[in-house]
Write a protein that binds this ligand. Structure first.
Ligand SMILES: Nc1ncnc2c1ncn2[C@@H]1O[C@H](COP(=O)(O)OP(=O)(O)OP(=O)(O)O)[C@@H](O)[C@H]1O
Ligand SMILES: [Mg+2]
Length: 217
């Protein structure tokens, strides 16, 4: 269970959340919808511990998380979160494989060979095997999107945050990603997906909308 209560967040004078509440259970696919600029990516960043908030309480399972506690938050982020960012956040001058393997460099609990095997399996499934050795700056938008998805899964985290993960996918890859998300759900993970893509509603357990500084079902 992941829970944020009494969440308030402002950027300087711009209000984003006011006493908002968000909850997701393991084994759920949760969508985060709402118009552009309303705060979806901000919420994912808060969940990932990348952004601070003004006030609120954040719990994962029985543990309360404190965003100002860098050590706790970075351990939580590294061990529990896989994040597919809206702009992919891939490194152009690294190869696809090097990018996919990045999370494993910061985590001593997974062997490099295990991560690499997982990377190759996922790349094969998403038709990326041929570009694993290419520099990211040479691959297409859809290939970048799939590389970012694979990178988020390399450590097999229980919480997967996905920011507009289907924007660049053709229908074939869209179907592959939906199947993957469903499989992750079956494995008991929680997926929190910020999206404008209504096609994803068909696999969602819950769809939240950000409206009036609140996160409502
Ligand atoms: N670091 C920042 N400093 C100041 N304002 C910011 C910052 N990041 C985001 N904002 C503002 O906060 C609001 C919410 O941004 P956010 O990226 O969370 O929206 P979003 O719902 O993800 O939008 P989109 O659907 O376009 O991705 C926007 O008005 C944005 O300009
Ligand atoms: Mg966004």
């Amino acid at each position: 269970m992941l829970k944020l209560t009494h969440l308030t967040k402002t950027y300087k004078e711009k209000r984003i959340f006011q006493n908002a509440r968000f909850e997701a259970e393991l084994g759920e696919i949760v969508l985060l919808m709402g118009k552009s600029g309303i705060g979806k990516s901000t919420l994912l960043d808060i969940i990932a511990g990348i952004k601070q908030y003004d006030s609120g309480e954040y719990y994962y399972q029985e543990t309360q998380l404190f965003p100002e506690n860098d050590e706790q938050m970075s351990r939580f982020r590294n061990q529990m979160i896989g994040y597919i960012l809206q702009d992919f956040a891939l490194i152009d001058d690294y190869t696809v494989m090097e990018n996919i393997m990045l999370p494993s460099l910061y985590n001593s609990q997974i062997k490099k060979s295990t991560a690499e095997k997982r990377a190759r399996e996922l790349a094969n499934r998403f038709d990326l095997s041929d570009v694993l050795a290419e520099k990211v700056r040479k691959i297409s938008g859809g290939q970048k999107q799939r590389a970012a998805i694979i990178r988020s899964l390399i450590l097999d985290p229980p919480i997967i945050l996905a920011d507009e993960p289907t924007t660049n996918l053709d229908s074939e890859n869209f179907e592959l990603v939906m199947r993957l998300f469903n499989q992750l759900k079956q494995e008991g993970k929680v997926l929190i997906i910020a999206t404008h893509d209504e096609r994803i509603l068909s696999i969602a357990d819950k769809a939240y909308h950000v409206v009036n500084y609140k996160i409502i079902v």
